[in-house]
Design a protein around this ligand. Structure first.
Ligand code: ACM
Length: 550
């Protein structure tokens, strides 16, 4: 320890105060954490050391986080050569996302084997710093952390089909995900109510399919309005967001929901996609499940799906592609001669099998590509209602309705699975039963506590556990038009899901989480993220009209 470190250590111990950021408040809770007795005070001018790694990617990720550390730790960081106040070292014995983080009176040492581990260590460190800019060098508690995630898949899905939030908001969502060490952004880009991604070979998908004649979506007695509503991502926008996510160790999984939930696409290309092209088709103005699904017996519709997959592949360099598959009514297929003939030809009487046959054609198309252009497919669990043996059993089931049973069934059929239980992981639903809660789905039973207390993989037989890839929160936007409302419903519940994805079940406790989440309010405020106030101070939410605090 040099002399300046010695004085910092003494000063740090003396400055241990109640207002100091607390290592034990990290979310998700690290798998092991041991609080020290003393403290570390950053020098006004600190040095850091980063190890060499292919393409200097550890240095790059450090550079991304450096300004936030400097601001909130009240220090100026420069790259050191031998000694350093913050030392990053590679440790090949650690798994890909694991890290150790030691805060000692004389400095901070982080070890990981891969860039992702360093990124997560720095997220933990950021949570230990004051949430706002420090005028003077900050003091933090000493701590020893050895941490790694429970699951490899820790996701969040955003539906932009019903409402479009745009690039800036998606980046804010990615920032929130990164803070909570979530690593999969499932981007639901197509719906009955809007097609939100430019496809160059089929320009009408966005020229026609991205615009509808109502901003709000009608539901039961609630009529649509008359406001023209529009929005989509260009391929340049997509590349920018994929890059932004990648820098934060988040892989983007696009979802093109086919052959159901496709009324916007059918409206754009009725001659290729409609089961009844002679009838008028428009982008849907209502909530619910449209019957206007793709005609899977039309070779032009199958070709269009293949062409779309071909355009998605270079835009989304990650290994997975979600092709939807939920809530696909078969009425129009049952009334269509070509669909009936196709069903006969595959020797089935179950119209769901037309959907499986369609996916088989797309699977074959993908399998014919070079290995680096292939993608593993994900489907919603309704696909299990068809004959999954029509396809190679190498896809993943995202289990949402009756999630635990569906996931188990998928695993028993030899399929991998991801848990996204509608109740309670659909965090677009109301988060309290308070009468002033803004209009959204549900009746308020998906509270922070209910979300937290879902136990992933409860009672799963040991021989099936390796099929479970992880957990994901989903956000459907039928009622959610503004970014403020999106954030209000998302936070803090996304933090509860992140902890289920990261922390061993045996270490999870809502009481403990509740204490920790309360300290995150400062982080939300500092970033100007909106959030549900229910778990925090008793004050009114100013950004959500009609909301009354508990
Ligand atoms: C879904 O909630 N329809 C996947």
């Amino acid at each position: 320890m040099n002399l300046s470190h010695f004085y910092h250590a003494i000063a740090g111990a003396a400055l241990l105060t109640a207002s100091m950021a607390n290592a034990a408040d990290i979310i998700p809770l690290p798998s092991t954490i041991a609080k020290g007795e003393t403290a570390y005070t950053f020098p006004a001018e600190a040095t850091f050391i980063v190890p060499a790694y292919e393409g200097d990617s550890i240095a790059t990720l450090f550079t991304l986080i450096q300004p936030a550390i400097e601001k909130n730790a009240g220090t100026k960081l420069t790259k050191g050569t031998e000694a350093g106040d913050i030392i990053l070292k590679t440790n090949p014995a650690l798994s890909a996302e694991a890290y150790t983080l030691e805060v000692k009176p004389e400095g901070i040492v982080i070890e990981a084997s891969r860039p992702a581990g360093f990124f997560y260590a720095l997220q933990s460190l950021r949570q230990m710093l004051p949430a706002v800019a420090s005028a003077a060098p900050a003091t933090i508690e000493t701590v020893t952390i050895a941490d790694e995630p429970r699951f490899g898949w820790r996701g969040f899905m955003l539906d932009e089909g019903r409402h479009f939030f745009g690039k800036d908001e998606v980046k804010r969502v990615l920032d929130i995900m990164a803070m909570y060490k979530l690593n999969r952004f499932h981007w639901h880009l197509t719906e009955d109510q809007g097609w939100r991604i430019e496809i160059k070979k089929y320009p009408k998908l966005t020229e026609v399919g991205a615009t509808r004649k109502s901003k709000s979506l009608g539901w039961r007695k609630m009529d649509p309005d008359t406001i023209t509503y529009s929005g989509f991502y260009t391929q340049d926008d997509i590349r920018e967001i994929v890059r932004y996510a990648k820098d934060r160790f988040i892989e983007i999984v696009p979802e093109i929901d086919i052959p159901g939930h496709t009324q916007a696409a059918v409206a754009a290309y009725p001659e290729l996609l409609a089961c009844d092209p002679e009838n008028p088709h428009e982008v849907w103005l209502m909530q619910g499940v449209s019957r206007d699904v793709m005609n899977v017996a039309n070779p032009a519709a199958v070709q269009m799906a293949k062409d779309i997959i071909d355009e998605l592949e270079p835009l989304f360099p990650f290994g997975y592609l979600h092709l939807g598959g939920d809530e696909c009514p078969t009425d129009k297929w049952e009334a269509n001669a070509a669909c009936k003939a196709l069903l006969d030809s595959i020797g089935s009487t179950n119209y769901r099998d037309l959907q499986l046959d369609f996916y088989r054609k797309l699977t074959d198309h993908i399998a014919a590509k070079p290995a680096d252009k292939q993608r593993k497919l994900i489907f919603w669990n309704e696909v299990l209602h068809g004959n999954t043996n029509l396809l190679p059993l190498n896809f993943t089931i995202m289990a949402w309705v009756g999630a635990d049973a569906a996931a188990k069934e998928a695993a028993q059929r030899g399929l991998t699975t991801i848990l996204t239980p509608q109740i309670p992981y659909y965090i677009n639903r109301k988060q309290s039963p308070l009468s002033g809660e803004p209009l959204s789905q549900g009746s308020g039973t998906e509270t922070l506590e209910a979300v937290y207390n879902y136990v992933p993989m409860k009672d799963v037989p040991a021989e099936l556990t390796d099929k479970y890839m992880g957990v994901q929160g989903n956000f459907w936007s039928e009622y959610v038009i503004t970014p403020e409302f999106l954030e209000y419903l998302m936070l803090p519940r996304l933090a509860a899901i992140a902890e289920a994805g990261w922390t061993p079940q045996a270490k999870r406790s809502y009481d403990d989480f509740h204490k920790r989440i309360r300290t995150h309010e400062d982080i939300y405020r500092a970033n100007d993220w909106n959030y549900g106030r229910h778990a925090f101070a008793k004050e009114a939410c100013t950004k959500c009209a009609g909301h009354t605090a508990e």
